[in-house]
Design a protein around this ligand. Structure first.
Ligand code: COI
Length: 380
C-alpha cells in the first residue's frame, strides 16, 4: 500500500518528542499502517461522543500496540495494529494460571493543545517489578514508554478536550504461551490499548461513601498484593458488588492478620487527615505502590503538610477529620462517609479540604497549568 501524506501521519511526524524517537515512531506507525491498512482518521476529535458524560466505560479506540517475547527473553519491536480481539491458546499461561499484569496511565490534552503523559516511566518500573514477582519477561522501560506514547498519539482523536477527561491507557503483560503443568509460560505478549474516560466513580466528583469489610481481604503478607497482578482484582468483585448493592461507592480492606489496620480500597489507595498530619498505610507488600499515591505524598510535603507512611488502625480512620483516596483512574477522591461494623461516620466536605488542595495541585501539573518542578510530565 502506498502511504499517502495524511494528517494522521503528519500529526505523528510533527510530534515534539526527541528527534530519534519521533523517527522511530513514524517508521513504526508507517509499518503498522502498511500491514493493517486501517482507516486513516482526519478529524481532531472522534465523532459522536458526549465529552461531557464520559464516565469510566470502555470505548473502543482505533489502535493498540502489540509486542511478543518468545526467544532470548527480549521483546520484538512492537507495532500499532487495529484495536481488536486477540487469538489465544486455551492453554495460555494467563488463562490457566493467571500470569498477567496490568497498568493504568493517562494522556491529557492541555489548554494550550499539548498532549501530556504523567510519569509513564513509573508504570514501566512497576511492571518490571511485578513481572519479576510473577516470573514473567517484561519490556524495557524505554519500550514501555515508547509504546504508551505511540498508543496515545495513534488514538489522539480520542483524547478528550481540555477539562473533559483523559485517554486512559492500559498496558497489559500476559503469558500467552501454552503451558499445562504449573510453570511460567514460554511466550509473553505486551499490549497497550486505550479508552477515553471521565470520572471513575458514578458519584462523579461528589464525596464517596465507603464500606469497611472485615470478612474479605484483598491480599496477605507474602502474596502478590504489592504488584499489579490481574489476580488481585477478581477476588474483590464479590465484596465490591455487595457493597454497591447497599449503595456504597467502594470497599476499604483491612489487614488479614490483625483485621485492624486499613490497607487500601478495591480501586485506589487511601489517606486520612487528622489535624495537620496526613497518614497513609505504608507499602509492605500488601498494598499497591500507587503512582498517584507517591505523587500526592511528594506534593503534600512540598505544600508543608506532615505526611506519615505507617500502620493506620481502622479506629483512626473512624476518628479522622478528612479521608481521601488516590489512584490513576480515581485521581484524588474525597470521602464523605465510612461505615464499619454498623457505625457510619461522616467527614468534613466542601471548601478548604486538604484533598481538594492536593487534587488541584496534582491535576494542575498533569494538564500543564502548574509548573512541573518534578519533571513528571511527558510532552508527546
Ligand atoms: C487505575 O487506577 O489505573 C487502576 O488500575 C484501578 C482499576 C481498578 C481501574
Amino acid at each position: 500500500m502506498m502511504i499517502r501524506q495524511s494528517p494522521f501521519l503528519l500529526g505523528l511526524i510533527q510530534t515534539s518528542i526527541s528527534k530519534v524517537s519521533a523517527r522511530c515512531l513514524t517508521a513504526q506507525a508507517a509499518s503498522a499502517l502498511q500491514e493493517n491498512e486501517p482507516m486513516i482518521r482526519h478529524e481532531e476529535y472522534a465523532a459522536d461522543i458526549d465529552w461531557n458524560n464520559l464516565g469510566f466505560g470502555l470505548r473502543q479506540t482505533d489502535y493498540m500496540y502489540k509486542s511478543k517475547c518468545t526467544k532470548n527473553n527480549t521483546f520484538e519491536q512492537g507495532q500499532l495494529v487495529n484495536y481488536g480481539n486477540l487469538e489465544l491458546s486455551p492453554a495460555a499461561g494467563v488463562l490457566n494460571y493467571g500470569q498477567g499484569l496490568f497498568e493504568g496511565t493517562k494522556a491529557v490534552r492541555g489548554e494550550d493543545g499539548r498532549l501530556l503523559l504523567f510519569r509513564p516511566d513509573q508504570n514501566a518500573i512497576r511492571m518490571q517489578i511485578g513481572a519479576e514477582r510473577m516470573c514473567m519477561q517484561s519490556p524495557s522501560i524505554e519500550q514501555f514508554v515508547d509504546a504508551v506514547k505511540q498508543t496515545a498519539l495513534a488514538n489522539k482523536r480520542w483524547i478528550p478536550p481540555p477539562g473533559k477527561g483523559s485517554l486512559y491507557i492500559r498496558p497489559l503483560l500476559i503469558g500467552t504461551g501454552p503451558i499445562l503443568g504449573l510453570s511460567p509460560a514460554h511466550e509473553y505478549t505486551f499490549l497497550v490499548y486505550a479508552s477515553p474516560v471521565g470520572n471513575y466513580f458514578k458519584e462523579g466528583t461528589a464525596p464517596l461513601n465507603l464500606y469497611v469489610n472485615n470478612e474479605f481481604h484483598r491480599t496477605t503478607r507474602g502474596g502478590a498484593g504489592g504488584v499489579k497482578s490481574i489476580t488481585n482484582y477478581a477476588p474483590v468483585l464479590k465484596p465490591l458488588l455487595r457493597a454497591k448493592e447497599q449503595g456504597f461507592s467502594d470497599v476499604v480492606y483491612l489487614d488479614s492478620v490483625h483485621k485492624k489496620y486499613i490497607e487500601e480500597v478495591s480501586s485506589c489507595n487511601i489517606f486520612i487527615v487528622k489535624g495537620d498530619v496526613i497518614s497513609t498505610p505504608s507499602t509492605v507488600g500488601t498494598i499497591l505502590e500507587g503512582i498517584t499515591r507517591k505523587s500526592i505524598i511528594d506534593i503534600a510535603r512540598d505544600l508543608g503538610y506532615k505526611v506519615e507512611e505507617r500502620l493506620v488502625a481502622v479506629d483512626e480512620l473512624m476518628e479522622a477529620d478528612e479521608v481521601f483516596t488516590t489512584g490513576t483512574a480515581v485521581t484524588v477522591a474525597t470521602v464523605g462517609s465510612i461505615t464499619y461494623n454498623g457505625r457510619r461516620v461522616a467527614y468534613r466536605t466542601g471548601d478548604g479540604l486538604v484533598s481538594q488542595n492536593l487534587f488541584k495541585r496534582l491535576v494542575g501539573i498533569q494538564v500543564g497549568k502548574v509548573e512541573d518542578k518534578y519533571n513528571w510530565i511527558v510532552d508527546i
